[in-house]
Structure formats: C-alpha cells, structure tokens
Design a protein around this ligand. Structure first.
Ligand SMILES: [Zn+2]
Ligand SMILES: [Zn+2]
Length: 132
C-alpha cells in the first residue's frame, strides 16, 4: 500500500518538474526582455544627454564667437594657427587648454603669431618642421 502511494507520488512529480522547468524558462525570458528594455532606455537617455551637451557646447561657442567680427577662420594668412580668425584672433572652436587664445600677428620677417592672453607663440615654419 505504502509502496503504491510512493509510486503515485513519484509519477506526479514528473509533470510538476516539467511545468516548473517551463516556468523558470518563461521567467528568465521575461527578465531578459525587461533588462533589454531598460538597457535600451538607458542608451537612449545617454544619447539624448550627449546630444543636449553637444548643443549646449555649440551654443556657448556661438556666444563666444559673437564679438562683432566677421570671422574668417583661414589662419594661414599672417601666420595664425589653423582654424583661427585672422581678423580678431579667436579660434573657430574653443581650445582644450586653459586659455581661450586670442592670436595676434607678430612683428618681423617670417609670419608668426602669439596669444595676447598667455603669450603662447605660434610659428608656422617651426610647426611644419615639427610635424615633418
Ligand atoms: Zn574674427
Ligand atoms: Zn593663450
């Protein structure tokens, strides 16, 4: 009698085990979907954040360049660094360093320039030699 009960109990364990197995799989799948979605959301937010930061930087750069000068960023004229307006001396984008250089053409024979704020020198002939 007891043996029979045991046998029935064992038999009923098998479908229960199968159901449990499927339930675990289903739960795992659902969890994967949820975490995928949160990941996508985070990536979207990150992208939006980067975009707004880029726009803010662009806006501040526009304000920085708004000094009444009709910029001409062809710095090659008069020994200015590349991307520098040869009329007012500002670079088209803010330099990475501490100084937002304002380049002024230097006196002398060969074209060169210097920042009037930090005194940094720029000499196209020397730069070219350094790059070569
Ligand atoms: Zn300018
Ligand atoms: Zn400077």
């Amino acid at each position: 009698m007891i043996k029979q009960y045991f046998f029935i109990a064992m038999l009923s364990m098998i479908p229960a085990g199968i159901i449990l197995y499927f339930l675990i799989h289903l739960a795992k799948g659902l969890l994967g979907m949820v975490s995928d979605r949160t990941l996508h959301k985070e990536l979207d937010e990150l992208a939006a954040h980067g975009e707004s930061r880029r726009q803010a930087r662009e806006a501040s750069n526009q304000k920085r360049l708004d000094n009444g000068c009709q910029h001409d960023f062809d710095g090659a004229l008069g020994g200015f660094p590349p991307g520098v307006c040869h009329k007012c001396g500002l670079a088209s984008t803010k330099p990475n360093g501490a100084c937002d250089h304002v380049w002024r053409a230097g006196e002398g024979g060969s074209p060169h320039s210097a920042c009037e704020k930090c005194g940094r020198q720029y000499n196209p002939a020397k730069e070219r030699r350094a790059l070569a």
